[in-house]
Design a binder for this molecule. Structure first.
Ligand code: AMP
Ligand code: GLY
Length: 415
C-alpha cells in the first residue's frame, strides 16, 4: 500500500518507522521532519491544510491516510478524505469532538456509564466562581475546546482559581461560546490506554505512561511530555481488558447510538484511583511521547490493521506484542517549554547502536542536522526489564549532543 502519514513530530516519526518495519508499504509524509525523510518521501503540506492534504492524497493515489495530530481531525480532514473516496485512519469531525470538547466527552461518558470525575459545565464567570467557592484545591478547571495541552488547571487556592476563570472567560482559548468544565480532582497514578477502533470494535495496545512535568520528581511546568514507558509500573487493577470492556467499548457504543462511526485511535488518559480507573480525558489520536514507547513493542503489519479500521472492517482480537519493556526519553532544548534557541548542531546520532531515535524539533541547515524546536529528539529502547530498558536508553542518549540539551534523569523511575 501507499500510506500518507500526516504530521511532523516524534509520534509521526514512530508511526512511519513502525509502518516501515513490515517492508511492504510505500510511505509518504506531510510535512514530516528530517528523521522521517530517511524512511519516507516528504511533501511540504502543513497538517492544518485540509484541502492541500486531500489533493496530495489524491495526486499520489494513496491507499490510506494516517493522521497524527488532533487539529486536522477536529477540522474534518477524515470526512473530506472519505468524501473523496480515500480511506483514513482517524475519526471524522463528529467523533473528534471527544477531544475537541471536554464537555461532549463528559456527556458521552455519563451516558455510557464510564467512570470519570464528576464535572459541571459553566458559561459564565460568576456561577463558575461560586461553584468553586473556597475549596479550589478539590477541583480541576478545564477549557472546553482544543488548547494544545495548555487548557487544564489545578489551582492551589480560590484566588488562583478566580484568576484562571477570569482569563478563560476573557477568551484565552477563543472568544465565542466560551465554556469551562469544572471537575472533581482525582488522586492516583496515571495510565494512557491507546485503542485501535473500527466502529463498534477495538483492539488495545499495551498500556503506557508519559511524564508531563519538566523536572525530575515531577516538578516544574507541564510540557508536551518528557518521556514515556510501556508497560508502566503501578497500574494496579487496570488491565487492557478492563479498559476495553469498561471504557472503550461503552464509548464506541454510545457514539454509535448517536450515529458516529469511530475509526481511528481512541486514547484514554486514566487515573487509577482507590475506586478503580477513571477517565481524565480522551484524545482522538496517538499520544506523544507514548507512541514512541509503545510502537517499538508491536510486531506484525500495523498498516493492514490501520487499513482495516479505516474501512470499518474486522480487527484482530490481540496485537502481536514483543515480550519486554520499552522506555523513551525526550531530549529538549534548554529553556523549553519557555523560550529556547534553535540552530544548534546535533552530533552523535551515527554512534547509536542499541536504541531508536525519533526526530521532532530538528532541521537541516547547510546540510547539517540542527535543533529546530522545543522537544528535539526522543530516544527509545527495549529491554528484558524496565531497568534494563532505561539503562540502555540513557546509555545511548548520552552519546547525543547539542548545545543546551536537557532531559529528565528519572523517566520510568518515578510514578
Ligand atoms: P488532560 O489534558 O485532561 O489529560 O489533563 C492534563 C493533566 O491534568 C492530566 O494528565 C492530569 O495530570 C491532570 N488532570 C486532569 N484532570 C484531572 C482530574 N480530574 N483530577 C486530577 N488531575 C487531573
Ligand atoms: N502525552 C499526552 C498526549 O499526547 O496528549
Amino acid at each position: 500500500m501507499t500510506i500518507l502519514v500526516v504530521g511532523s513530530g516524534g509520534r509521526e516519526h514512530a508511526l512511519v518507522w513502525a509502518l516501515s518495519r513490515s517492508g511492504d508499504h510505500s510511505l509518504i509524509c506531510a510535512p514530516g521532519n528530517p528523521g522521517i525523510a530517511e524512511i519516507a518521501e516528504l511533501f511540504p503540506v502543513k497538517a492544518s491544510d485540509i484541502d492541500g492534504l486531500v489533493s496530495l492524497a489524491a495526486d499520489e493515489k494513496v491507499d490510506l491516510v494516517v493522521v497524527g495530530p488532533e487539529v486536522p481531525l477536529v477540522a474534518g480532514l477524515a470526512d473530506e478524505l472519505r468524501e473523496a473516496g480515500i480511506p483514513c485512519f482517524g475519526p471524522g469531525a463528529d467523533g473528534a469532538q471527544l477531544e475537541g470538547s471536554k464537555w461532549f466527552a463528559k456527556e458521552i461518558m455519563e451516558s455510557a456509564g464510564v467512570p470519570t470525575a464528576r464535572g459541571r459545565v459553566f458559561s459564565d464567570l460568576v456561577s463558575a466562581r461560586e461553584y468553586i467557592g473556597k475549596d479550589a484545591c478539590k477541583y480541576v478547571i478545564k477549557a472546553d475546546g482544543l488548547a494544545a495541552g495548555k487548557g487544564v488547571f489545578l489551582p492551589n487556592d480560590s484566588v488562583e482559581a478566580g484568576g484562571i476563570l477570569e482569563e478563560l472567560f476573557a477568551g484565552k482559548f477563543g472568544k465565542s461560546d466560551i465554556k469551562v468544565l469544572i471537575e472533581d480532582r482525582l488522586e492516583g497514578r496515571e495510565v494512557s490506554i491507546l485503542a485501535i477502533c473500527s466502529g463498534g470494535e477495538c483492539v488495545i495496545l499495551p498500556p503506557s505512561r508519559d511524564h508531563k512535568r519538566l523536572g525530575d520528581a515531577d516538578t516544574g511546568p507541564n510540557t508536551g511530555g518528557m518521556g514515556a514507558v510501556c508497560p508502566p509500573p503501578g497500574t494496579g487493577n487496570c488491565s487492557g481488558e478492563h479498559a476495553r470492556t469498561r471504557i472503550i467499548l461503552p464509548v464506541l457504543s454510545e457514539l454509535a447510538l448517536r450515529g458516529i462511526d469511530y475509526r481511528g485511535v481512541l486514547y484514554a488518559g486514566l487515573m487509577i484511583t482507590d475506586d478503580g480507573p477513571k477517565v481524565l480525558e480522551f484524545n482522538v489520536r496517538f499520544g506523544d511521547p507514548e507512541t514512541q514507547a509503545v510502537l517499538p513493542l508491536i510486531l506484525g503489519d500495523l498498516g493492514e490493521i490501520f487499513m482495516s479500521a479505516a474501512a470499518g472492517g474486522a480487527l484482530p482480537e490481540h496485537l502481536t506484542v514483543e515480550e519486554g519493556f520499552c522506555s523513551c526519553v525526550v531530549m529538549a532544548s534548554g529553556g523549553y517549554p519557555g523560550t529556547y534557541g534553535k540552530g544548534f548542531p546535533i552530533t552523535g546520532l551515527d554512534t547509536i547502536e542499541d536504541a531508536v531515535v525519533f526526530h521532532a524539533g530538528t532541521a537541516v541547515e547547510n546540510g547539517k542536522l540542527v535543533t529546530g524546536g522545543g522537544r528535539v529528539l526522543s530516544v527509545a529502547s527495549i529491554g528484558d526489564s524496565m531497568e534494563d530498558s532505561l539503562d540502555r536508553t540513557y546509555r545511548e542518549l548520552e552519546k547525543i549532543d547539542f548545545s543546551g540539551k536537557y532531559f529528565r534523569k528519572d523517566i520510568g523511575r518515578t510514578v
